[in-house]
Design a protein around this ligand. Structure first.
Ligand SMILES: Cc1cc2nc3c(=O)[nH]c(=O)nc-3n(C[C@H](O)[C@H](O)[C@H](O)COP(=O)(O)OP(=O)(O)OC[C@H]3O[C@@H](n4cnc5c(N)ncnc54)[C@H](O)[C@@H]3O)c2cc1C
Length: 387
């Protein structure tokens, strides 16, 4: 691995640092009410939202190494994210860039970059989660429209989204279940589409069931060819699983956990001085470092022009274990007060850590469970027999 920066990359890093110095108030300093709005406008002007996307669609056209530098510097400075359209930036946009028509690119990409509205992802169904290719949501073509009937479930932020990337079955007479699946871009206010929020165990409602009752979608809203939906999805999920920013997010959370342990006093002793907590903090820290080094291996592969495939499941698996461990660690640090939720006067940090500890399903189950990642690693990387 050679991560020596070229002079152009060094120059880019200096540019990012200078921008942060000028535009990010120091930690702890009160920020103006319109700080985030201003931040979003400025990073968009710099073309740092969708930084690695081609310049011709409005992205930054940045190299892979520059992208790493940008994310590293942003994370180090604890800066807000780059862009606000989470799923649009993570996988809808890249899929449209790869498979979309010129009209689709022009219609959707600028809005994703501007964060004009949110996208949600309609893949999972009540009987199709891990085995996503078994999905049944029915779709029949009638002239210039598709007519969709069926149900999706666990659709994150469906109630706040304007658009959905949806997988449907257009053909049931196929040899392989991976064929006959089609990807559609659907307006959430379409007639016949109903969103019913689901409460999670933390008490909030971040995801929903979505019902389709004769929902009509123009054929021009199909992403890729009819029957090509599986390929579109595989590339979209690879985008999700390769997210470079994860390690930085975990590091930041570790700093916050250390700070929590420093501030928390239990039975007259600071939590940070308790051997069991120190051991767990160290163990989590070492796992994050292992994840970072694995990420660098993947980066090396990408820099050599080799495609990334199943390897990304390794860090997805690491992250799942880490998020559960770190949530439990927060509970151990705060002791019996850890069960107090948001709204209680004496909940540590207003219940933030209880929320965190109950929030693991999103990272553990969302995007594929640990069992599925283990199957991928076993079969595709280690060449073990099929499950
Ligand atoms: C917070 C959250 C947000 C989500 N957001 C979205 C979203 O926005 N859009 C969307 O489409 N979906 C979303 N999902 C759904 C998610 O992708 C599915 O829950 C996930 O793929 C698992 O599917 P399932 O729930 O049907 O469980 P199942 O597939 O029924 O799995 C149940 C258990 O069986 C195990 N299992 C299944 N098959 C195998 C196998 N072959 N080998 C070994 N073990 C196996 C699994 O690991 C799991 O432990 C979200 C889920 C969560 C929790």
């Amino acid at each position: 691995m050679d991560f020596q920066l070229s002079s152009q990359e060094e120059k880019f890093r200096d540019e990012v640092r200078a921008f942060l110095k000028d535009n990010l108030p120091p930690e702890g300093e009160k920020r103006p009410a319109d700080f985030l709005a201003q931040w979003n406008t400025k990073v968009r002007e710099k073309r740092w939202v969708g930084f690695s996307w081609p310049a011709e669609v409005g992205g930054g056209g940045g190299s892979l190494m520059e992208q790493v530098i940008l994310k590293e510097e942003m994370a180090r400075a604890k800066a807000p994210g780059l862009g606000t359209c989470f799923m649009g930036l993570a996988w809808v946009g890249p899929s449209i860039i790869q498979y979309g028509t010129e009209e689709q690119k022009q219609k959707y990409i600028p809005d994703i970059l501007d964060g004009a509205y949110q996208w949600c992802t309609g893949y999972s169904e009540p009987d199709s989660g891990s085995d996503l290719a078994s999905l049944k949501c029915k779709c029949v073509r009638e002239g210039d429209e598709y007519v969709v009937n069926g149900q999706k479930i666990w659709t994150s932020i469906a109630m706040w989204s304007k658009m959905m990337i949806l997988l449907v079955r257009t053909d049931t007479e196929v040899d392989s279940k991976h064929d006959g699946i089609t990807c559609l871009l659907v307006e959430m206010d379409s007639e016949g589409l109903e969103v019913r929020p689901i409460k999670n165990m933390g008490g909030g409602a971040m995801f929903a069931e979505v019902f389709f009752n004769d929902v009509r979608v123009p054929v021009e809203n199909r992403l890729g060819d009819e029957g090509q939906g599986w390929q579109v999805t595989v590339s979209a999920l690879a985008n999700e699983r390769s997210s470079i920013a994860e390690v930085y997010g975990l590091r930041r959370k570790m700093d916050e956990l250390e700070d929590l342990a420093e501030r928390t006093v239990r039975a007259g002793q600071k939590a940070i001085e308790m051997p069991s907590i120190r051991r767990r903090l160290q163990r989590a820290d070492i796992r994050i470092e292992a994840m970072r080094l694995n990420g660098q291996r993947f980066l090396t592969k990408q820099l050599r022009g080799e495609p990334l495939g199943s390897e990304t499941s390794i860090n997805k698996l690491h992250r799942a274990a880490l998020e559960v461990e770190m949530g439990e660690l927060a509970m151990e640090i705060t002791g019996s007060a850890s069960t107090l939720m948001r709204g209680s006067d004496v909940a540590p940090d207003n219940g933030r850590w209880a929320d965190y500890a109950l929030g693991w399903p999103e990272v553990v189950i969302g995007g594929g469970t640990p069992n599925i990642q283990k199957n991928i690693i076993a079969e595709r990387l280690l060449g073990l027999p099929k499950d």
